[in-house]
Design a protein around this ligand. Structure first.
Ligand code: CU
Ligand code: CU
Length: 286
């Protein structure tokens, strides 16, 4: 049992060890395997294939397991390390210690959006990116996307999502207009709402965080640890609510073979959402 901490409370040593473990995974090639896996599971609902990770009820359990695998890899390098979380409703400015030289580094420069500071800056020599949409091999960030400004979500927006007692609703994809899952995952719905919470944070950071290869930016893990914490909070707020759909959808439902019901095993681990509901014997949030 270990703790996942708020990144704002990490000591200088804890940051150093986390960064060191991440760089070691990068050096060994393990890190890029995680990025590749995320690209592989970036299936949209415009496709007919099963969706375990995104635009789907299993968004929370899939990423919980994905983070656990990453954390296990980190701990194989340094057993004292865990994935911290970034509460972007509190640490919501580019001057947050999260983006400092001794942690994740700052915004990208104007023009090519290349991150120039911190351990993941290209010029440090330890962080090369491959397989992206562009040929750029450097980490990119574009805070707030000045070309079409976007803001970080507020606490009120998160609270509104947390207050929905229903986990997810038909059509169980990016078009679900209510339900905790898509209120947090945050797909925009034409004429109803723009991108919200989780997706808006990817967009606010921009650059490498904006696409299927988003784990190329190490902030991905801190962002998703916070999503994982919010799932906890929702469960505590609605003790009588459960993951939906409870059972495999009926034969006439177009989503039947595309989404994962409570007890249906998800790839690549063959683990069902119901097996990932409780993490308290593995880690807890402090
Ligand atoms: Cu993802
Ligand atoms: Cu994400």
């Amino acid at each position: 049992m270990y703790s996942r901490k708020d990144q704002r409370n990490l000591t200088r040593t804890e940051k150093k060890r986390l960064v060191g473990a991440i760089l070691e995974l990068k050096r060994s090639g393990r890190y890029d395997e995680f990025v590749t896996m995320h690209r592989q599971y970036y299936v949209t609902d415009a496709e007919g294939r099963p969706r375990a990770a995104h635009m789907t009820p299993s968004f929370f359990p899939w990423h919980r397991r994905y983070l656990l695998e990453f954390e296990k890899a980190l701990q194989a390098v340094d057993p004292t390390v865990s994935v911290p979380y970034w509460d972007w409703t509190r640490d919501s400015t580019p001057s947050s210690s999260l983006w400092a030289e001794d942690f994740l580094g700052g915004n990208g420069r104007s023009g090519d959006r290349q991150v120039m500071t911190g351990p993941f800056a290209f010029r440090q020599g330890d962080w090369r990116i491959s397989g992206g949409v562009t040929d750029d091999r450097f980490l990119r960030r574009d805070f707030g996307r000045p070309s079409a400004p976007v803001t970080l979500p507020t606490k009120a927006e998160v609270d509104r999502a947390l207050s929905d007692p229903v986990y997810d609703t038909a059509p169980w994809n990016s078009l679900s207009t209510t339900g905790f899952r898509n209120r947090i995952e945050g797909w925009g719905i034409r004429g109803t709402r723009g991108v919200a919470n989780h997706n808006r944070v990817h967009r606010w950071i921009g650059g490498s965080m904006a696409g299927a290869g988003s784990p190329d930016d190490p902030v991905f893990w801190l962002h998703h640890a916070y999503m994982d914490l919010l799932w906890d909070r929702w469960q505590k707020a609605h003790p009588r609510s459960r993951y939906l759909p409870a059972r495999k959808l009926p034969a006439d439902d177009p989503q039947r073979d595309r989404v994962f019901a409570r007890d249906q095993p998800m790839p690549p681990w063959d683990v069902a959402p119901s097996q990932l509901m409780d993490h308290t014997r593995i880690y807890r949030y402090v």
